[in-house]
Design a protein around this ligand. Structure first.
Ligand SMILES: *Cc1c(COP(=O)(O)O)cnc(C)c1O
Length: 394
């Protein structure tokens, strides 16, 4: 049977795999050999589900957005990941990975972060479990994301600046990989999206799959059926999208839409629409689509939303793009900001600017009145208040 899930070699079509330095091989191999076994253990499942319920606050509601639906003349449901503890979907993955780390006997956690959202989610679960937490972050990002740096410190994490290169996310990633090579026995590396060498994309997709697991039974209650006509999500690395798509991937009647950040415009040179603009290459240990120069140097991405500002896309999404299984649409900064403000005023929900990109789809594409459209509302907008204030001169 055709499937859009990972194969046993770690590939989605031609994308994925584990392109890593030899010195990292033992760490990644230990994880690869154990992750499915550990995830299948009843004790693991029990602890994971209990924490998702009592700590994260799951299930997150599937909310029928009545006024938004009226405006666009279709049935719009919002999957409210914004209501999770720490304000986004990222916590689903970090809870899963910290439990994985404990079962692998690790007591030191490393992570890299760009905007700081994944760093905060990682610091949170380390505090919860009493494990040492080291977060690598580019020096430039530390300066521009001060509130998240403060959060990580309050949660007990050590934030180490990456001083090389452009001093942003990719440099922080290099530092984290270097650390992991030097500390193979006691350290687990928590990656924050469906990126990285196999088995990370699959493991993270499985932890995030709780999102579409819930959508199925929640939609059944609302509409009497488990499958929507459309699932729409923004894509940075692609983890909230992977979670929202997961149980629908192999059902072609559920149409998938991935929304990327066009920044100032696809052709402006200031963009993060990585599938459309990307070429095949290797980033973060996996073969995927990424924005690169003709010499294979990574091009710095740009988006008004820090969470979509990633030069690549996870291998699952690269495959969904090239196979045509998902439709990819790019949304500019100003289109996203407008959609974000619209959600505030029609539904009383202030969305993360990442999620606002997904909402902007309704100005681009017309749906039928009886279409059931589920949008992943990946996070809340509190962290983006200053950007909203500056953009709208509030
Ligand atoms: C990090 C983040 C994203 C982008 O990451 P994905 O892995 O693509 O989901 C989207 N929305 C919010 C709120 C985020 O914090």
């Amino acid at each position: 049977m055709k499937t859009y899930n990972v194969n046993e070699k770690g590939y989605y079509g031609e994308f994925g795999g584990a392109y890593i330095p030899e010195m990292l091989y033992p760490n990644v191999e230990e994880l690869r050999q154990n992750y499915l076994k550990i995830m299948a253990e009843p004790e693991f499942q029990k602890e994971f589900n209990q924490l998702l319920k009592d700590y994260v606050g799951r299930p997150s509601p599937l909310y029928f957005a009545k006024r938004l639906s009226e405006k666009y003349n279709t049935k719009i449901y919002l999957k409210r990941e914004d209501l999770n503890h720490t304000g986004a979907h990222k916590i689903n993955n970090t809870i899963g990975q910290i439990l994985m780390a404990k079962r692998l006997g690790k007591h030191r956690i490393i992570a890299e972060t760009g905007a700081g959202q994944h760093g905060v989610a990682t610091a949170t679960v380390c505090a919860l479990m009493g494990l040492e937490c080291i977060v690598y972050m580019g020096e430039i990002d530390i300066a521009r994301q001060a509130p998240n740096v403060a959060r990580m410190k309050m949660l007990g994490a050590k934030v180490i600046p990456a001083l090389s290169g452009s001093r942003t996310l990719k440099d922080a990633t290099n530092e984290a990989i270097r650390d992991w090579i030097n500390n193979p026995v006691d350290t687990h590396y928590i990656i924050g999206s469906v990126v990285g060498p196999h088995p990370y994309p699959d493991m993270v997709a499985r932890f995030q799959s709780i999102v579409s697991e819930e959508i199925q039974w929640q939609l059944k209650k609302h509409e009497g059926k488990t499958k929507p006509d459309y699932v729409i999500a923004c894509v940075g690395g692609g983890s909230n999208a992977a979670g929202a798509y997961y149980y629908f991937l192999d059902y072609d009647e559920v149409k998938l839409i991935a929304v990327e950040a066009a920044g100032l415009g696809i052709d402006s040179g200031e963009s993060a629409a990585t599938s459309v603009l990307g070429k095949e290459g290797i980033i973060h240990g996996s073969k995927t689509l990424l924005m690169q120069t003709n010499d294979g140097q990574i091009i710095e991405p740009y988006s008004i939303s820090a969470g979509l500002d990633y030069p690549g896309v996870g291998p699952m999404h690269a495959h969904l793009y090239t196979s045509g299984r998902a439709e990819f649409i790019s949304i500019t900064d100003s289109e996203a900001m407008k959609a974000g403000l619209e959600l505030c005023q029609l539904e009383g929900i202030i969305p993360a600017i990442e999620s606002a990109h997904a909402l902007a789809i309704f100005e681009q594409k017309t749906f039928k009145p009886d279409d059931i459209v589920v949008v992943s509302l990946s996070g809340r907008g509190d962290k983006d208040l200053e950007t909203y204030i500056n953009h709208f001169s509030l």
